[in-house]
Design a protein around this ligand. Structure first.
Ligand code: MG
Length: 181
């Protein structure tokens, strides 16, 4: 439906774009803990309208932000019953569709989780592999680090920070003078 009108800015021509996302969810007893699409053994899970996957939510917002798209809460309203218990991979796929439509691919992702428990170290490889799979990236393009919330008083929450780098599709071959559609 979009006409071939001139872009308002030079942003569409950028070879690289950065995106940043942040999210937090509260721990609740008796629900599964999903982080980065991986179910981890723990007596508490993360509450929220969807599956509460704090890392996939922050990643989704980072991707959406990189192309200045509406954020996850605007696209998938928590008040919409459709998203109750939803697999957060659905949100991530929408964000990927949007960055691909904008002419970009994901170059790499880095993330930091902040949570008191469980320890993420032993699960980091599985989480990285799962995110790499979701994004069609090699595993060494996905960073997952974790910290405990020293002095923050957020022991009953999990927090995720994510940055992404996007690269213009076939940037190496495209000529800079003509806009890609
Ligand atoms: Mg969230």
């Amino acid at each position: 439906m979009t006409s071939a009108r001139k872009p308002k800015s030079e942003a569409a021509k950028l070879q690289f774009r950065i995106g940043y996302g942040w999210d937090s969810h509260e721990f609740q007893r008796g629900i599964p803990l999903k982080i980065g699409g991986v179910t981890l053994p723990h007596p508490k899970g993360l509450g929220g309208h969807s599956d509460g996957d704090v890392l996939l939510h922050a990643l989704t917002d980072a991707l959406l932000g990189a192309v200045a798209a509406p954020d996850i809460g605007s696209l998938f309203s928590p008040s919409n019953p459709k998203w109750k218990g939803a697999d957060s991979a659905v949100f991530l796929r929408e964000a990927l569709d949007r960055i691909r439509s904008a002419g970009y691919i994901v170059a790499n992702v880095d993330s930091t989780l902040i949570l008191a428990a469980p320890k993420i170290g032993q699960h980091a490889a599985a989480i990285r592999a799962h995110i790499a799979d979701l994004l069609s990236l090699p595993i060494d393009a996905v960073g997952v680090k974790a910290k405990t919330p020293e002095g923050m008083g957020t022991e009953n929450a999990a927090i995720a920070h994510v940055v992404v780098l996007l690269e213009k599709k076939s940037a190496a071959r495209s000529k800079p003078q003509k806009e890609e559609r």
